[in-house]
Design a binder for this molecule. Structure first.
Ligand SMILES: Nc1ncnc2c1ncn2[C@@H]1O[C@H](COP(=O)(O)OP(=O)(O)OP(=O)(O)O)[C@@H](O)[C@H]1O
Ligand SMILES: [Mg+2]
Length: 357
């Protein structure tokens, strides 16, 4: 055997299909979510007969296939008929009624939105969807991030044939919903359970098959990724570990991914959240726990709570501290376009949702 037989050539990669490791990637079949997809489909079935559909609220912790299952069903609707408009909205990206209705217009192919008010656009959408024989299947993902629910009221009241599916991480979210909407929606609710060890392994194996050529993963290395993913109870983080392990092996020009590569990748994953927490100074630790208790708030509102609790920093310093925590991956922030200019929303890390059960 030559000394360099196991060395990758320049430009060679261990990953065959990088897209398959992307979080947004939607596999052709979604194992172990058959029951959940069926429940969503049941809500939409009446639409196929030109009748009004049913509504559903789905909840569960991060990274366990809620978005994937819902998008999968929508895709099947799209492939089956042109009479039901499939509409998917992520309320983290569009969080006001205006942004949401503009996005719905866009997905319906209506482009003349400029200079129109939210209520004008409601009328446009209603007239498009209430045409003979037409209906709509709506999915509002991360619904708890929406800042107002006017748009839901509009859909429930003024769109005649629709099915509405709402997705959230929080099982208590529905209780906080306005009574006017709740009583019109009458949703069934569905809890997404975490995958068991075998299910987790199946899912990771399927993804490995999409992303890597056969034989690239040493079996023990894959086992390690699968069991770590099960331990973390989050497929998204599992996919991240899978990709990182491949990159570690690649950086050493190896042709196979082995256990030490996974170990190194795990170090990277742990570094980005758990380990360094103790290294933070006390004021930063306080801000971090504030974010954990009040995840999803605008930075201005978070600062108000901080001040009320006796926080001493000026707003500017507070902003800088938040930016630092974000840079070190203790929290995430997101810039949102609001009516009165841009604002930053501050969230705890995905893995922190699990700590709290
Ligand atoms: N049953 C499954 N089969 C194949 N892939 C899956 C399955 N469940 C989850 N995944 C994959 O795991 C990743 C995370 O899933 P998804 O985005 O649906 O999580 P989620 O439950 O919506 O999480 P969050 O609450 O954070 O939005 C995606 O890449 C998805 O394709
Ligand atoms: Mg999701």
């Amino acid at each position: 055997m030559g000394l360099f037989d196991n060395v990758l050539g320049g430009g060679e990669s261990l990953i065959r299909n990088e897209d398959a490791l992307d979080f947004e990637f939607l596999p052709k079949v979604l194992p172990h979510r058959e029951k959940e997809q069926k429940s969503i489909a049941e809500c939409m079935k009446p639409l196929f007969q030109g009748r009004n559909g049913k509504n559903i609220v789905m909840h569960g912790p991060p990274g366990i296939g809620k978005t994937a299952a819902a998008r999968h069903v929508l895709k099947e609707v799209e492939e089956k008929t042109d009479d039901i408009h499939p509409i998917y909205i992520n309320c983290w990206q569009c969080n006001s009624s205006y942004q949401i209705i503009v996005e719905i217009c866009d997905q319906l192919g209506y482009r003349l939105v400029q200079n129109k008010k939210t209520t004008d656009l409601y009328k446009v959408v209603a007239s498009m969807l209430n045409k003979d024989g037409k209906s709509a299947a709506f999915i509002f993902d991360e619904i708890d991030k929406a800042e107002e629910y006017d748009f839901l009221y509009f859909i429930l009241n003024d769109v005649y044939r629709k099915s509405v599916c709402l997705i959230t991480n929080f099982d208590t979210w529905l209780m906080s919903l306005d009574h006017r909407i709740k009583s019109r929606m009458m949703p069934q609710t569905m809890a997404f359970k975490q995958y068991d060890e075998k299910e987790t392994r199946d899912i990771m194996k399927q993804r490995m098959g999409y992303a890597f050529p056969p034989g690239v993963w040493e079996e023990k290395a894959f086992d390690k990724v699968a069991s770590k993913t099960f331990e973390l109870k989050d497929i998204r983080t599992g996919l991240f570990i899978m990709r990182e392990s491949a990159l570690v092996a690649e950086s050493q020009s190896k042709k196979r991914i082995e256990v030490p590569d996974v170990d190194k990748a795990l170090e990277n994953v742990e570094n980005f959240s758990v380990k360094k927490k103790e290294d933070l100074d006390e004021p930063s630790q306080e801000i971090l726990s504030l974010v954990k208790d009040h995840s999803g708030l605008k930075i201005g509102d978070l600062y108000k709570i901080y001040e009320e609790k006796g926080g001493k920093y000026t707003y500017k310093t507070f902003q800088r501290k938040i930016a630092e925590l974000d840079q070190n991956s203790f929290i995430s922030t997101k810039r949102l376009k609001g009516d009165g200019g841009n604002t930053t929303v501050v969230e705890k890390k995905l893995t922190d949702f699990q700590d709290k059960g």
